[in-house]
Design a binder for this molecule. Structure first.
Ligand code: KG4
Ligand code: ZN
Length: 336
């Protein structure tokens, strides 16, 4: 079964063709990140305008690279929520139009379900359930128990900022550019992660599987003010970046490991943009000590927003028979 996926929830205009939920035949992404780098964050109006410009050529390119025509496509999957509303609507209305013209079923997919299914792309071996997934992106930070295909239970979530958002905000405070995750990781390479003892928020028993990063961000701000960073050398920037990254990685990995043990899971997965972070991957792998199989998306391109993950999730989504041309845009949320 070949599914065309469309993803426009934030600043990436993406389309992909995926066969049977795992084989990626094409994965095209046009990002407007350079435009947002100038403003230090995504401007919704700018993102939506770029989606309008890019969506048709991106869909054409995805079919072309997959070497398929409309007759070969069995269904169209589109991200329906959550995300920037104007951006989402461009993907949804494109998918609805294509579904109507070419008479293809339309499958609405939740963005985080897409990130979770990024771990199944290009994967040969059968999954062993239950799987514990740590979803860490710019907008989301959850611990999700995947009890079977498309059977999700959210066991923890952030009470304020997501980890990716914290990376982006701290990078902005340090003048490191946007997106902040890769910029902080690069600056941290030359820094000392023990230079500043930043707080490890929510490692108490009461908030066992919830997260909070706004206090950590405030601690970084205080440290910057204290060190009068603008007049100082780049070593201080590197030390702050490395110490901040170490604090985030400690919190994420400790909670993940504790939940993996409590729920006796058979696999542990990392998903979302922050899953591209090398230190996070390394620390989780070390803490798990080969006891539980650990998976990250097979290609870094599947960590951040892409449409292959949406097409992949649609294959495993139970609602794929019949005609879903009328998208229930905000009603079908597999994750609360
Ligand atoms: O999943 P994603 O593309 O978009 C959302 O759904 O939010 O995630 C983007 C987030 C951004 O906050 C970005 O700073 C972060 O992922 N990110 C990283 C890395 N690469 C991207 N964070 C830490 N380390 C990275 N290497
Ligand atoms: Zn995302």
């Amino acid at each position: 079964m070949k599914i065309l996926g469309i993803e426009t929830s934030c600043d990436e205009t993406a389309a992909a063709v995926v066969e049977n939920g795992v084989s990626v035949l094409s994965n095209v992404i046009a990002s407007s990140v350079d435009l947002h780098a100038k403003t230090g964050g995504v401007v919704p109006e700018v993102a939506a305008r770029e989606h309008i410009r890019q969506i048709t050529p991106v869909v054409d390119q995805a079919l072309h690279e997959a070497k398929v025509g409309w007759n070969d496509i069995d269904a169209i999957a589109v991200t329906h929520a959550p995300g920037l509303v104007a951006s989402l609507l461009i993907g949804i209305s494109t998918a609805q139009t294509l579904s109507y013209i070419y008479k293809k079923p339309l499958i609405p997919i939740h963005h985080i379900a897409g990130h979770i299914y990024a771990n199944f792309l290009e994967r040969d071996e059968k999954p062993a359930f239950p799987i514990l997934v740590l979803t860490v992106s710019g907008g989301h930070n959850e611990l999700v128990l995947l009890k079977g295909h498309y059977d999700f239970e959210v066991i923890g979530e952030t009470l304020d900022d997501a980890a990716g958002e914290a990376f982006d905000k701290v990078a902005r405070l340090l003048n490191l550019g946007f997106p902040g995750g890769p910029a902080i990781a690069k600056a941290a390479e030359k820094g000392n992660p023990k230079a500043i003892d930043f707080p490890r928020p929510m490692l108490d028993k009461k908030n066992k599987y919830n997260f909070s990063f706004s206090g950590l961000k405030a601690a970084v701000r205080r440290e910057i003010e204290k060190s009068e960073i603008r007049n100082q050398k780049s070593e201080i920037v590197s030390d702050i970046a490395a110490s901040f990254q170490a604090a985030v990685v400690d919190v994420l990995s400790d909670k993940l490991i504790a939940a993996a043990q409590e729920f006796d899971v058979k696999e542990v997965h990392l998903a979302g943009g922050v899953s591209a972070n090398e230190l996070l991957r390394k620390v989780i792998a070390e803490k798990l000590e080969n006891n539980i199989p650990f998976h990250c998306p097979k290609n870094l391109i599947y960590c951040t927003d892409n449409a292959a993950m949406i097409a992949g999730a649609a294959y495993f989504c139970p609602r794929k028979e019949g005609d879903f041309r009328k998208v229930e845009v905000y009603s079908q949320l597999p994750l609360s």
